[in-house]
Write a protein that binds this ligand. Structure first.
Ligand code: ADP
Ligand code: MG
Length: 262
């Protein structure tokens, strides 16, 4: 998937759209979902979670998805990140830069997951037996496949630089078990960005952290987003986190109920 040649200029820190040559450009929608439905099967029992979610994210925008526990926030984020699929029948569509994820070949979907959509899991999901450096490099291995060995020295120096950028330059050889929660989340964020995605999808990135640590993680996410012109979706049940977003949507009873600036 390649970006269109002409794209509107976006101010990453605010998500607002500048005028170019005197004409206002409409925001480019990078990610959208329409009528999303997701039903889990627990044995033979159907557990409907999303009942027709509509969602859109403009280029450079930071959208917070608020919702109570169990409202389907993680489910929605997994679908947006191509980690799971909507219902086969009547499940709705997800489009990234105009392409329906469902129409992608499995190779193209792999590329979307590996290169376009960085994902930060709520519980970090670091590999316990790998060091900090290896945990981040492994995402680059997935991206490059066998080509990784050709790229290895460049990727390793990028990995080091990124880990320094997230404040972990002094922890490269540590194991996840030797890190605090905030440090683990920094590793997870570095891993999500090592392949230079244009989207960052974060699942309650501050949910397991104390307020002060959560604030530094959120500051860091906002800084990284501005520096890399990322479009970002953060799901949270914390209004304090949502207050940092350009736009907030709420997930209630399996639907997005409103969209409003805070
Ligand atoms: P949230 O992230 O908002 O807390 P989730 O998306 O994790 O909510 O879950 C929404 C609902 O779907 C919950 O009721 C949860 O129990 C159910 N659920 C999530 N994953 C599965 C699964 N793999 N199988 C069955 N039910 C699930
Ligand atoms: Mg969740």
């Amino acid at each position: 998937m390649t970006a269109p040649a002409q794209e509107p200029h976006t101010t990453p820190s605010t998500g607002t759209h500048q005028q170019v040559g005197g004409a206002a450009h409409a925001p480019e929608t990078v990610l959208s979902a329409s009528g999303l439905r997701k039903t889990y099967l627990l044995g033979r029992v159907k557990v409907p979670v999303l009942h027709g979610v509509d969602f859109s994210l403009s280029r450079g925008e930071f959208v917070a998805v608020l919702g109570s526990s169990g409202s389907g926030k993680s489910t929605l984020l997994h679908l947006l990140g191509g980690l799971d699929s909507p219902d086969t029948h009547n499940g709705g569509t997800i489009s990234y830069r105009g392409k329906n994820l469902r129409s992608l070949s499995s190779h193209a979907l792999d590329r979307y997951r590996a290169r376009e959509a960085g994902f930060v899991f709520q519980f970090y999901h670091l590999l316990p037996e790998l060091t900090v450096l290896q945990n981040v490099a492994v995402a680059a291995m997935v991206r490059w496949g066998l080509g990784y060995y050709r790229e290895k020295s460049r990727v390793r120096s990028q990995t080091r630089a990124l880990l320094e950028e997230v404040g972990l330059g002094h922890r490269l050889e540590h194991l996840p078990s030797e890190l605090s929660g905030g440090e683990r989340q920094r590793v997870a964020i570095a891993r999500s960005l090592i392949n230079n995605p244009s989207l960052l999808l974060a699942d309650e990135p501050t949910g397991n952290l104390d307020r002060a640590t959560g604030d530094t993680i959120l500051d860091m996410l906002c800084r990284l987003r501005a520096a890399r012109a990322l479009s970002m979706v953060v799901v949270t049940h914390d209004p304090h986190t949502a207050a940092r977003a350009d736009r907030v949507v709420r997930l209630v009873d399996g639907r997005v109920t409103d969209a409003q600036p805070l």
